[in-house]
Write a protein that binds this ligand. Structure first.
Ligand code: DX5
Ligand code: ZN
Length: 230
């Protein structure tokens, strides 16, 4: 179970220190939200800021691109130290080409599905994915309410990933908090983005510990051999 604090809710005037603090508090990844005021109605940070936090980031930087078009930014984020780059299929003219581009830089590749994006966008690309990022809010802002229809969708993606047999992470992003994290993990997520749930209140270690404990408790038990043969 991986916890990925989203810097969107961090103090941008002290970003390096915030990165260090959440890693010290137990973060497994740093989730880096890139918004362009075009694909989404908000504007955040680019490769320069990714490069600036890189020395502080002793865990992988998980770049979530909410930009259109995406391709030109991929080499820049690879150079800036991204370990994972995810993008929305609606924001690329050629999804397969964009995936190849990410992987050609030695970076893990992820595809992001909005709440209303159907799962068939995964049909022909699962073999090129390291991560599926399921949005449980509409992208653009932190602090939104979790959309419940994400839960059966998480279950459906979990089944597809298990059936394909590759080690693809299933990350869920948006409105994840201490009250719903057990259900999110129980549905099959293994990587959890949390912005406001980590940064609001200032007690990062407590927040991350609670999320992790509840996620582990909520995780669906692996089938026993008896159940498998029943
Ligand atoms: C939304 C971003 C999310 C968001 C998470 O567009 O992709 O990463 O900031 O923040 P919370 O956890 O507050 O919903
Ligand atoms: Zn995100």
């Amino acid at each position: 179970m991986r916890i990925a604090p989203s810097l969107l809710s961090a103090d941008f005037a002290r970003l390096g220190a915030e990165v260090a603090a959440v890693i010290d508090a137990g973060a497994d990844l740093i989730h880096f939200d890139v918004m362009d005021n075009h694909y989404v109605p908000n504007l955040t940070v680019g490769p320069l800021v990714c490069q600036a936090i890189k020395p502080w980031a002793t865990v992988p930087i998980d770049v979530h691109l909410m930009v259109k078009p995406v391709d030109a930014l991929i080499p820049m984020f690879a150079q800036a130290g991204a370990a994972i780059i995810s993008f929305h299929p609606e924001a690329s003219e050629h999804v397969d080409r964009t995936l190849q581009l990410i992987r050609s830089h030695g970076v893990k590749a992820g595809l992001v599905l909005n709440p209303a994006t159907p799962l068939n966008v995964l049909d022909h690309v699962l073999d090129q994915l390291d991560l599926v990022l399921l949005m449980s809010v509409n992208p653009g802002f932190g602090g939104q309410r979790f959309i419940e229809s994400a839960l059966p969708k998480i279950e459906a993606v979990r089944r597809r990933i298990d059936a394909c047999g590759r080690d693809i992470w299933l990350e869920v992003d948006g409105g994840v908090n201490a009250d719903n994290v057990a259900r999110v993990a129980g549905a099959g997520a293994d990587t959890l983005v949390a912005g406001s749930a980590v940064f609001t209140g200032g007690r990062y270690a407590d927040a991350i510990r609670t999320l992790r404990e509840r996620a582990v408790a909520g995780r669906a038990p692996a089938p026993t051999s008896e159940a498998t043969h029943a």
